[in-house]
Design a protein around this ligand. Structure first.
Ligand SMILES: Cc1cc2nc3c(=O)[nH]c(=O)nc-3n(C[C@H](O)[C@H](O)[C@H](O)COP(=O)(O)OP(=O)(O)OC[C@H]3O[C@@H](n4cnc5c(N)ncnc54)[C@H](O)[C@@H]3O)c2cc1C
Length: 322
C-alpha cells in the first residue's frame, strides 16, 4: 500500500485520459494515470487499417501538432501520435494495471487495482466504451466463429461472412472483406445504411449493395447462428444462409456497473446517462469526475475525441479553483 495521496488519479489512458494528465501537469498536480492495457488501448484494438472520420488536428491534445499526409489519419498514425505525446510529456502512468474499484472514504478516494491500492483527493474516470460488446442475445452467439471485434480481412478471404450492422465498423469490415475475396452478406436492422457512415465510404457500400456484389438484408435480424449456417428473420419471412463467420459489429457499451459501484447515478431510461455537472464534469459524488466517451452512457455516439478533449481543461480548472 503506497502512502502517497495524489491530487488526481485518472482511470484510463485513452486520448482523453492523456489530455487530463496534460492539464494536470500544467497545473503541477500530483497525478497518476492507471491504464489496464497498452497506452491508448482502445485505438490499439481498432481494425488495423481503420481511418478516423476526424481530421488529424481534431485528434490533437496538449496543442501538440498531429502531422499526417492524408487529411484523415489511420490507426497506425494515431498510435504513433499518442506514443509521441507520452514521449514528450513523460506521463506518470501505470500500464497493464486494472482499476477494480473506487470508493470515497472520509473525503479521500481509495482506488483498488489488480496490483495495489492508492489514495487520491480527486478521480477522473475516462474508461471509454470499447471493452464491452453489445450482444445480439441469439442462439449460437457464443460459437467461436462469431466475432464482436474485427481486426483485418485476411482470415475471411474466400469464406462466407455475415456482417451484422450498418454503422462505420460494419461497413468498413464488409467492404474490406469483400475486396479480399470474401462472400459478404449484411444483416441490417433498419432500412438503410446509417447516416453517420463516413461520407466518402457511404456511396461505396451503397453501390456495392445495389450492384449485388454485397448482399444485404434490410429490416432484418439474425435469429440463430449454427456451425455452418445462420437463420435470418427478413420482411419476407425466415431464411437460412450458409455461413463460415459472423462479424457482429453491433456496438459497444461502457462498464455501467463499474460506474454504479462507485456511487455514480445513471438515468432511469435505457440511455443510462451518468449524472454529472456539464460545467465541471463532476458527478453526483464530489471529487469524482467523468471525461471522454464514458459520459454518454449508452449514447456512445454523443462524445468522441474531437468534442470531449475539452473535458480535461474543465476538470483540472475546477479542481485547481476549489
Ligand atoms: C472504430 C472507431 C473509430 C473511431 N473514430 C473516431 C474519430 O474519427 N474521431 C473521434 O473523435 N473519435 C472516434 N472514435 C471514438 C473515439 O475513439 C473514442 O471517442 C476515443 O477513443 C475516446 O477516448 P477516451 O479516452 O474517452 O476512451 P478510450 O480511448 O476508449 O480510452 C479508455 C481507456 O480506459 C481503459 N480502461 C477501461 N477500463 C479500465 C479500468 N477499469 N482500469 C484501467 N483502465 C481502464 C481502456 O483500456 C482504454 O485505454 C472512434 C471509435 C471507434 C470504435
Amino acid at each position: 500500500m503506497t502512502e502517497t495521496t495524489y491530487d488526481l488519479i485518472i482511470v484510463g489512458g485513452g486520448p482523453i485520459g492523456l489530455a487530463c494528465a496534460i492539464e494536470a501537469e500544467k497545473k503541477k498536480l500530483n497525478y497518476l494515470i492507471i491504464e489496464k492495457g497498452a497506452i491508448v488501448n482502445s485505438i490499439f484494438n481498432y481494425p488495423l487499417y481503420m481511418t478516423f472520420f476526424s481530421t488529424a488536428e481534431r485528434l490533437e491534445i496538449g496543442e501538440i501538432p498531429f502531422n499526417c499526409l492524408a487529411p484523415k489519419p489511420g490507426r497506425q498514425e494515431a498510435l504513433e501520435y499518442y506514443r509521441n505525446i507520452h514521449r514528450y510529456f513523460k506521463f506518470n502512468i501505470n500500464l497493464f494495471e486494472k482499476v477494480l474499484n473506487v470508493q470515497k472514504e472520509n473525503e479521500i478516494f481509495a482506488i483498488k487495482t489488480d496490483k495495489q491500492n492508492y489514495k487520491s483527493k480527486n478521480v477522473v474516470i475516462a474508461t471509454g466504451f470499447y471493452d464491452i460488446p453489445i450482444e445480439m442475445n441469439v442462439l449460437g452467439e457464443s460459437l467461436p466463429k462469431v466475432r464482436h471485434y474485427y481486426k483485418e480481412a485476411h482470415e475471411y478471404a474466400f469464406r462466407k461472412v455475415l456482417v451484422v450492422g450498418a454503422n462505420n465498423s460494419s461497413v468498413d469490415a464488409a467492404l474490406e472483406c469483400w475486396r479480399k475475396g470474401a462472400e459478404v452478406t449484411m444483416v441490417i436492422r433498419k432500412n438503410e445504411i446509417n447516416s453517420r457512415v463516413k461520407y466518402w465510404v457511404k456511396p461505396d457500400i451503397e453501390n456495392r449493395i445495389e450492384e449485388g456484389s454485397i448482399k444485404a438484408y434490410f429490416q432484418s435480424n439474425i435469429t440463430e447462428i449454427r456451425e455452418n449456417e445462420v437463420e435470418i428473420e427478413t420482411p419476407e419471412g425466415k431464411i437460412t444462409v450458409e455461413n463460415d463467420f459472423v462479424l457482429a459489429l453491433t456496438g459497444y457499451k461502457p462498464d455501467l456497473n463499474f460506474l454504479k459501484e462507485m456511487g455514480i447515478q445513471l438515468s432511469d431510461d435505457e440511455l443510462k446517462i451518468p449524472v454529472y455537472n456539464p460545467a465541471t464534469m463532476e458527478t453526483n459524488v464530489k471529487g469524482l469526475f467523468l471525461a471522454g466517451v464514458v459520459c454518454g452512457g449508452m449514447q456512445t455516439h454523443k462524445w468522441f475525441i474531437e468534442n470531449s478533449r475539452i473535458h480535461a481543461n474543465m476538470i483540472v480548472d475546477y479542481i485547481t479553483s476549489k
